[in-house]
Design a protein around this ligand. Structure first.
Ligand code: PEP
Ligand code: MN
Length: 346
């Protein structure tokens, strides 16, 4: 439930409400808005006795039940859209934030070439996997810590913050040391121990939708991270399984505006994993911006034919550079912009 405080409530009144909630063995999540404060109550289903007790407090305006199973992730709970900050990049505001880079970190030269091209084209964040979840144990599984160091070198040269996947709870600290955003991959969306470990980290987290997860399961997975204390969270639609092998996955673009309506969290779209084919990436990236995605996660490679993973869906550096102005045009049509606001086409 949500306890809406009166605009006249003082810090002491708010603390009093928090204490009452905690006395019941529940967790209080205050959200300090510009106009008023609301206190979310998490830890049990709606309790009429508690609602009555809290409503009786003079500085409480009203008590509202949250109808969804997920609470902290819901827009009912927090109507103000969350913005995630990574250095000077703000995700969830007026900028459509483009994150680009190779599927896997393969070597220093590949990452440096890619990072320079990504930056020159207007990408704001560099992606690259050092710990790779692979369907077969015989495929390239990433360079591990050496890969993280290569990404950190690319950040040092270009200034681009790094997003990279963390596969296990034991690696969260190590990955957080070298990177700026922790990516939780589709295969790990319901690895609840990993979700909670990322929830305890002070790094922003990107949570991908599971291979065949419902929207509700995805938002409940987000709840694990929020409930462990990390509010710097974004979601990523990366396609879901279907019966049809024509594309790698089905890009559920409906999820973008739907989840933005259900939740206050930013929604990123991944046109690479959702299509599996490089020539579908451009039209679907444009479509994702048109339907309101807060950012894009795009795989690019200096030589896709020789990539150690996901070559068929990777854009060449040249094609990526050609895509960016097109994204910019679509972003402007939705009153947003792509790339640094100072260099955004007006
Ligand atoms: C990736 O981003 O390289 C990746 C493995 O993605 P997903 O978890 O969506 O398959
Ligand atoms: Mn990939």
């Amino acid at each position: 439930m949500i306890v809406v405080m009166k605009t006249s409530a003082t810090e002491r009144d708010i603390q009093d409400v928090i204490n009452r909630i905690e006395e019941q063995g529940l967790v209080a999540h205050p959200i300090f808005g510009k106009q008023r404060t609301v206190v979310g109550v998490v830890g049990s289903s709606f309790r009429q006795d508690l609602a009555d007790m809290l409503s009786a407090i003079q500085e409480v305006e009203t008590v509202i039940p949250v109808s969804k199973k997920y609470k902290l992730a819901s827009r009912e709970f927090n109507p103000i859209s969350t913005t995630v900050r990574v250095g000077d990049v703000v995700i969830g505001g007026d900028e459509v934030v483009v994150m680009a880079g190779p599927c896997s970190v393969e070597n220093e030269e590949q990452v440096m070439l890619t990072a320079r091209a990504a930056k020159a084209a207007g990408a704001r964040i560099l992606r690259g996997g050092a710990f790779k979840p692979r369907t077969s144990p015989y495929q390239f599984r990433g360079l591990g810590e050496d890969g993280l160091k290569i990404l950190a070198n690319a950040r040092a040269e270009t200034g681009l913050p790094i997003i990279t996947e963390v596969l296990t709870p034991a690696d969260v600290d190590l990955v957080a040391q070298h990177s700026d955003i922790l990516q939780i991959g589709a295969r790990n969306m319901q690895n609840f121990v990993l979700l909670e470990e990322c929830g305890r980290s002070n790094k922003p987290v990107l949570l991908k939708r599971g291979l065949s997860a419902t929207i509700e399961e995805w938002l409940l997975a987000a709840e694990y991270i929020l409930n462990t204390g990390n509010k710097q969270l974004m979601l990523c639609e990366r396609g879901i399984r279907s019966f049809d092998p024509a594309t790698r996955n089905v890009f559920d673009l409906t999820a973008v505006p739907l989840v933005k309506r259900l939740s206050h969290l930013p929604v990123i779209a991944d046109p690479s994993h959702s299509t599996g084919k490089w020539y579908l990436v451009e039209p679907m990236a444009m479509a994702a911006v048109a339907c309101g995605a807060d950012g894009l996660l795009i795989e690019i490679h200096p030589n896709p034919d020789h990539a150690l993973s996901d070559g068929p869906q990777s854009l060449t550096l040249e094609n990526f550079a050609k895509l960016m102005p097109k994204l910019s045009a679509i972003a402007q049509a939705t009153s947003r912009y792509v790339g640094d606001s100072l260099t955004a086409v007006s």
